[in-house]
Design a protein around this ligand. Structure first.
Ligand code: FAD
Length: 307
């Protein structure tokens, strides 16, 4: 775990008390994604002109645009401090937001994971799901272009190219955002030979985020990336989306079974994480013990990372 994150955790928990109730991801108050103009695709003199952001403490950024993606998700694009700035974050890193609600004393901290490429100049984009009554997501959804928010980096998983021969990603709902960031980082790196299998579960087809982006990646990287979308309630007749919760049978369609050099990442709502890999511990602050389907398939603590 990154030192920055550990330091933050101590600071925020002590500020608000470690007992803050939370049934979703960890509590912190206690894609038409931009595939153009990547730094790597720019002429080398332009590339050299880009400035990796110097993340020290919280940085204020202004909302540039907001777009409703489906019934409860918005795509929010913030302007980086200058047009030639890039976030420069490494996979997998989220940006921790901080705001103080009107009339409150205690600030609210929530992480959101950029889905724009980490070397995209000028902007950073998030996909944010709204939870009615939720302090962080309601604030993000209420923002208008020109409004500002404070952000700080928060590394969630330290990925090293080729450390694993193959990776299985199991995601649900808005838990897809860290998985998308990592998938893009792996596949865009010509030196990285890691193979990726993804199972992405949602309630309905309308809830599938970044669908076209994942379909394009599967078409572009045959043999490197394959995916299954599955939904609880299917509305279309096509066979490109499966029905039902994640099962062992579903996993076996994109995954050869336990072998050396594998890593499994699980990212989604607590009920899904528990069913697939066992619940996280300490209200989401620790990895918890291995359980669920992955335990039945023989995976152990070192094989799995839960977001
Ligand atoms: C590393 C990391 C990266 C994240 N990246 C993203 C991202 O890119 N996009 C995004 O939309 N979210 C992301 N999240 C989740 C986000 O940080 C907030 O937890 C989420 O927006 C809810 O916060 P809130 O303050 O609105 O709701 P809260 O006030 O925390 O909760 C409001 C209500 O919603 C329920 N709830 C909250 N979260 C969930 C959940 N995940 N599943 C089911 N019920 C829930 C709670 O039980 C409660 O009833 C990420 C979380 C982590 C840990």
């Amino acid at each position: 775990m990154a030192a920055l994150r550990t330091g933050f955790k101590v600071a925020t928990l002590s500020a608000v008390g470690a007992g803050a109730a939370y049934t979703g991801y960890r509590h912190y108050n206690s894609t038409n994604v931009y595939f153009t103009a990547h730094a790597e695709s720019l002429p080398s003199d332009s590339q050299a002109a880009l400035k990796k952001m110097d993340w020290k403490g919280f940085t204020e950024m202004r909302l540039q645009s907001a777009e409703q993606v489906n019934h409860n998700v918005k795509k929010l694009t913030f302007a980086l401090p200058t047009e030639d700035s890039i976030t420069g974050i490494s996979a997998v890193t989220s940006l921790l937001t901080r705001h103080t609600p009107e009339g409150a004393f205690i600030p609210v901290f929530r992480p959101y994971t950029p889905v724009s490429d980490n070397d995209l100049p000028g902007t950073v984009t998030f996909m944010v799901k709204h939870y009615p009554g939720g302090k962080g997501s309601t604030k993000m959804h209420s923002m208008k272009p020109g409004d500002s928010m404070l952000f700080k980096t928060l590394q969630e998983f330290d990925y090293k190219p080729n450390e694993h021969q193959s990776m299985l990603f199991i995601a649900g709902g808005s838990g897809i955002t860290p998985i998308f960031q990592l998938t893009r980082a792996i596949l865009r790196n010509p030196e990285d030979k890691t193979k990726i299998s993804l199972i992405y579960a949602n309630n309905t087809e309308d809830d599938i985020l970044l669908r076209k982006e994942f379909e394009d990646l599967e078409a572009k990287y045959p043999g490197r990336f394959q995916k299954i979308f599955t939904v609880s309630k299917k509305t279309s007749s096509g066979d490109d989306v499966e029905t039902g919760y994640v099962t062992k049978q579903m996993i076996s369609k994109v995954w050869s079974g336990k072998a050396a050099g594998q890593k499994v990442l699980v990212s989604g709502p607590p009920a899904m994480v528990e069913a697939v890999s066992g619940a996280k511990g300490m209200a989401g602050w620790t990895q918890g013990s291995v359980g669920g389907i992955l335990k039945e398939l023989g995976y152990t603590k070192d094989d799995i990372h839960k977001f």
